[in-house]
Structures are given as structure tokens and as C-alpha cells.
Design a protein around this ligand. Structure first.
Ligand code: FEO
Length: 174
């Protein structure tokens, strides 16, 4: 039996994941204008991952017999002042997403929807990793301040990031 409150929250999360992709696409664009190709690559991969997250919610709602409700995606911030500001905002955004996933998990537990709990567990692990990665890069940026050589080194590191399709449990391609 589908719980409507659960389906509504899953749809809200679907929207949040698409917004995340949009927000990071905006960051990618800004970083490309600075010719920081490694930084831009980092967010290019992040955009792909967020799109996968959104489609995982899309597929899951279908799978449980719920109705997918697509809604407007908010306009993301388009102007930034530095890579440090970008990572500060990205980390804060991931912390917000983590809280929203927790809220979905609270509902799943409240309505005893154990299937959704299992689905959400993957996202809880993923959020911890995303926060950790962004926090690590943010701390490096704080350490180097505006040092050009340091920025160049981080840019090289971020150029190594490769997109790997997410192995989200129970998913079939959209
Ligand atoms: Fe899909 Fe980065 O949260």
C-alpha cells in the first residue's frame, strides 16, 4: 500500500536532485570561465551524478506504483566570486540535501515503509561521502588562500575525477 506522504516526499527529492544538477552546472560554467578545467571537470562529473540520483528517484517512484510529479526547478545562483566560495556553497548545499534525505528516512520509518528505507540507505551513505569530499577540497582551498601555484595543483587533482555510473540498488535504466 503506497503512502501518499512518502510519494510526495520522494517527488520533492526528485526535484531537489535535478536542482542540484542545475546548481552544479552553473558552478561548472563559472569555473570554465576562469580556465580552471580541473575544477570544471569536478562539477561536470557532479552534474552527471546528480542526474543519476534524480533518475533513481524517478524510477523508484514508478516501481512502487506512485505518481511522478515533475515541478519547476528553481533558478540557481549564477555568479560566484571564487572557487572557494563555490565549494563553500556546494558543501552547504550537500548538507541541506543530507537533511532532506534524513527527513525522507524519518517518514519511511514513521509509516513502516521498509522498502523505501532500504532504497534511501544508499543515499545516506552517498551523502556522507559527498560531504566528506567537498569538505576536503574546501579545506585545501582555505589552506592555500589565493596562492596561484596551490590552485593549479588542486586543479590538476580535480582533473582526474572520472564519471562512474552509480550502482544504486534496485534501479533499472530510465
Ligand atoms: Fe544527490 Fe549531491 O546529492
Amino acid at each position: 500500500m503506497i503512502n501518499e506522504k512518502m510519494v510526495q516526499q520522494l517527488n520533492e527529492q526528485l526535484n531537489r536532485e535535478f536542482f542540484s544538477a542545475y546548481f552544479y552546472l552553473s558552478m561548472q560554467a563559472y569555473l570554465s570561465t576562469l580556465n580552471l578545467d580541473g575544477f570544471a571537470n569536478y562539477f561536470r562529473v557532479q552534474v552527471q551524478e546528480e542526474r543519476d540520483h534524480a533518475l533513481a528517484f524517478f524510477n523508484y517512484i514508478h516501481k512502487i506504483g506512485g505518481k511522478v510529479q515533475l515541478s519547476s526547478i528553481n533558478q540557481p545562483q549564477n555568479d560566484f566570486t571564487s572557487p572557494l566560495e563555490v565549494f563553500d556553497l556546494a558543501l552547504k548545499h550537500e548538507q541541506f540535501v543530507t537533511q532532506s534525505i534524513y527527513s525522507l528516512m524519518d517518514t519511511a520509518q514513521e509509516v513502516r515503509d521498509h522498502t523505501t528505507e532500504i532504497f534511501l540507505q544508499w543515499f545516506i551513505t552517498e551523502q556522507a561521502e559527498e560531504e566528506e569530499n567537498m569538505s576536503r577540497i574546501l579545506n585545501k582551498l582555505k589552506l592555500i588562500k589565493a596562492d596561484g601555484a596551490g590552485l593549479f595543483m588542486i586543479d590538476n587533482e580535480l582533473a582526474q575525477r572520472v564519471y562512474v555510473p552509480a550502482a544504486i540498488p534496485g534501479q533499472t535504466p530510465a
